[in-house]
Design a protein around this ligand. Structure first.
Ligand SMILES: Cc1cc2nc3c(=O)[nH]c(=O)nc-3n(C[C@H](O)[C@H](O)[C@H](O)COP(=O)(O)OP(=O)(O)OC[C@H]3O[C@@H](n4cnc5c(N)ncnc54)[C@H](O)[C@@H]3O)c2cc1C
Length: 401
């Protein structure tokens, strides 16, 4: 039945596309890709191609199944983006700007896959990078950067989320050269299958939050239960961790993490990534919407030719562009060593303006954003069926809010 109903649309769309071939949707309206160096652009393009050719064709099935696409790991490793933004220790390095654009590209095709990467490369590796000793960095970061060991970050608890700064219920008790951990962690991404868990616990002696590296597959007393029936980020495997008299050597305590201030440094860094990821989700949603509106006919015309639809598309593009500008400026400040204390707004704004529905670029909706970015003759405006001044004005209005 679905095939029969779709047939006239396809036939009509074919005749329209013959009459006027539209450029692929492009959500980089202000050509912000120009802020990247040639080397950075090559990495971003590589990631985009990977996401469009390897992830996009298969990810919906994993979403439906609440499963992680392990089949992608061998090819994902070859992108060599583990530890992006961190220097040394086998990490990919690079600017915060590059880190952000890559996160945006991952999320543009799949927010869950981006989250898997963010939890491993940002939260888990970042905890060791920012709060670990030199020995700990040497030991853990190289295999994690190669994705040979995957990490998770266990801070949230069944009864403590936003209040982790002062109220962690998971305890750490020193016993000679070892520590004994007891408690539970909830919502922990990658926890069901990863190798290295960063666990944050309250030291019963001084009441301060401390971080521990747990080799969870071989440490007695550590168990994980998968959280089922999520309604979002379904591809990320979230777990509830139980720690029952888990014994760890002092060498596994993050040596530069002595209070929640040190945990917060990791959170601040990853909040930045969440802002980029939310912007990437919006890009994917806009491109998929525009492509659909260009192809879907009503009254013998593509619905994108109607002004009310154009208005909605213009608002979407204005929001995407505003978020991109916000994130690029924050990246520039970060790279100049002026990290804004207001990183939180970069997480808030893109989320607030993100579309409520889960939208994905349909197969073939791959746009030419990265591919055409270096071509001065191809502008992103050319990809829109809407009058230029209309979108431009709306984008300006939105940016000023
Ligand atoms: C898909 C997913 C993946 C996640 N991955 C991880 C992970 O990898 N690692 C990890 O450690 N955590 C993870 N989390 C946990 C996430 O960080 C927490 O959800 C977040 O910290 C909020 O905590 P909470 O959900 O317990 O809610 P809480 O913040 O504890 O809120 C509980 C209730 O209190 C209310 N509340 C909170 N603050 C205030 C306030 N100031 N004033 C008034 N009311 C308030 C809330 O509205 C809510 O009703 C994940 C969560 C999800 C959903």
């Amino acid at each position: 039945m679905a095939t029969a109903a779709a047939a006239p649309v396809v036939a009509a769309a074919t005749s329209v596309s013959k009459a006027r071939k539209l450029p692929a949707p492009n959500s980089d309206f202000y050509q912000l890709v120009d802020v990247l160096t040639d080397e950075e652009l090559a990495i971003v393009r590589k990631v985009r191609t990977y996401m469009e050719t390897k992830v996009q064709p298969i990810i919906n099935k994993y979403w439906s199944d609440d499963a992680f696409p392990f089949e992608l790991l061998p090819s994902f490793k070859q992108l060599q983006i583990g530890g992006l933004g961190f220097e040394g220790y086998g990490c990919a390095g690079g600017s915060q700007k590059l880190f952000g654009f890559v996160a945006m590209e991952l999320a543009r095709v799949d927010a869950s896959f981006c989250t898997f990467f963010g939890v491993h490369s940002g939260l888990a590796m970042g905890s060791i990078y920012l709060d670990g000793s030199e020995e700990q960095k040497q030991k853990w970061l190289p295999p994690m950067a190669r994705f040979e060991k995957i990490g998770c970050f266990g801070l949230t608890e069944p009864l403590v989320g936003s209040g982790t700064a002062g109220g962690l219920m998971t305890t750490a008790k020193r016993d000679g050269d070892t520590w004994v951990l007891n408690g539970q962690k909830r919502w922990i991404g990658n926890a069901t299958w990863c190798d290295v868990s960063i666990i944050w616990a309250r030291d019963v002696a001084d009441n301060q939050v401390k971080g521990f590296i747990v080799e969870n597959k071989t440490t007695p007393g550590f168990s994980v239960e998968k959280i089922e029936h999520k309604i979002a980020l379904k591809v990320v495997q979230n777990g509830q961790i139980t720690l029952k008299d888990v014994r760890l050597p002092e060498a596994n305590r993050l040596q530069a993490g002595n209070s929640f201030r040190d945990t917060a440094r990791v959170l601040r860094m990853t909040r930045y990534m969440v802002g980029w990821a939310s912007t990437g989700v919006q890009m994917g949603a806009f491109e998929a919407t525009l492509k659909y509106a260009q192809e879907r006919l009503q009254f013998g015309k593509p619905i994108a030719s109607f002004q009310m639809v154009q208005d909605l598309l213009a608002k979407m593009l204005a929001n995407v562009t505003a978020c991109q500008c916000l994130m690029v400026r924050l990246a520039q400040m970060d790279d100049a060593g002026k990290r804004a204390s207001s990183a939180t707004i970069t997480r808030r704004w893109p989320r607030l303006s993100a579309p409520p529905s889960r939208a994905k670029p349909s197969p073939g909706a791959a746009n030419s954003w990265a591919a055409t970015a270096s071509s001065p003759t191809t502008t992103s405006r050319a990809s829109s069926p809407m009058p230029r001044h209309s979108i431009h004005t709306k984008a300006r209005i939105r940016c000023r809010i």
